[in-house]
Design a binder for this molecule. Sequence first.
Ligand SMILES: Nc1ncnc2c1ncn2[C@@H]1O[C@H](COP(=O)(O)OP(=O)(O)O)[C@@H](O)[C@H]1O
Ligand SMILES: [Mg+2]
Length: 328
Amino acid sequence: MTKNAYKNIRDAYHNKDWTKIQTLSQIDAIHHPKEPNLEILNIILTALGKKVTRSSALGKKVTTLYSKTTLSDLDVGRTLGHGIFGIVLLVRHKSTREVMALKVMSKKTIKKHKLEDQIRKEIAIHSSLEHPNIITYYTTFEDEDKIFILLEYAPLGDLYKLLGQKIKLDEGTLSKYIIQVVEALQYLHKRNVVHRDIKPENVLLFLDGTVKLTDFGFAIEIKPGEKITKQVGTLDYLSPEIVEGRSYDHTTDIWSLGVMIYELATGKAPFEDIISRQKTYRNISQVNYTLPTHLSLELQDLIEKILVKEPTKRLSLEGILAHKWIIG
Ligand SMILES: Nc1ncnc2c1ncn2[C@@H]1O[C@H](COP(=O)(O)OP(=O)(O)O)[C@@H](O)[C@H]1O
Ligand SMILES: [Mg+2]
């Protein structure tokens, strides 16, 4: 995008001439590294997609509206993110103009890594969820060699990117994000769903400060009281019970949440050893980490009460919401 074209879009925005702002590449322009402007992005998205965020009460209706969508109904824009097995693209529905995210996974890769069951679970679980802090699922479709999952779009991307941009998260803002993740987890755990991949990459941010959990690729539904044994998740966030091959339940998500809180507050994961995976495993198993003194005493106390090796002694989600770092 040239400087001139960018200026034209900016002028159109100032003159509220929405007819000049119609394509996805123009939305991409807002991500122009030299002149990013979130305010403009918000207004353009509002004009194009009508809504940037929506209340959960609308979830069902929207899901029905888009349940027959296929690739030919969408304009495809830039890449929003990469996962281990696929990519996520910015798309726009041709007729409603709603901006959305499309998760794309290659069938060949799925087959090669024997992920069929996992993808089936991801779709079954995500499509059954409806919560203001969980990314809305619209539909799934496929072509000859790919599987697509159509999702609500989060304009500010994931919290890991925020860390990468060295945007300093003050503890007040962080606690507002954490409350929302805890509420999403309460909703999941009440439904006996364990997410198993809580980390900053899977928490997405909206312009009004709402955060929503996504990526149910490792999620599993268990029976009440049931324990699971399969070792699943992302290394730095794995709980001691998973690392040690013991059976575990939903409390593993609370451990990962504790790791994520530490990382978002300090910029570094607590147990990470960049050279040796084995050392990271050992650090997790021995709960070997240090708390930087620049963290408030309340936050240090919260992290210490979450990163407890014995799952039953770990602070509960209700306990987190009642902790003095959260309630102030
Ligand atoms: N709905 C969305 N809106 C904006 N960005 C998204 C959305 N979904 C995913 N992303 C981006 O794509 C990345 C990978 O998506 P994710 O669903 O976590 O895939 P994977 O299962 O491969 O990790 C995320 O970390 C995020 O940066
Ligand atoms: Mg992910």
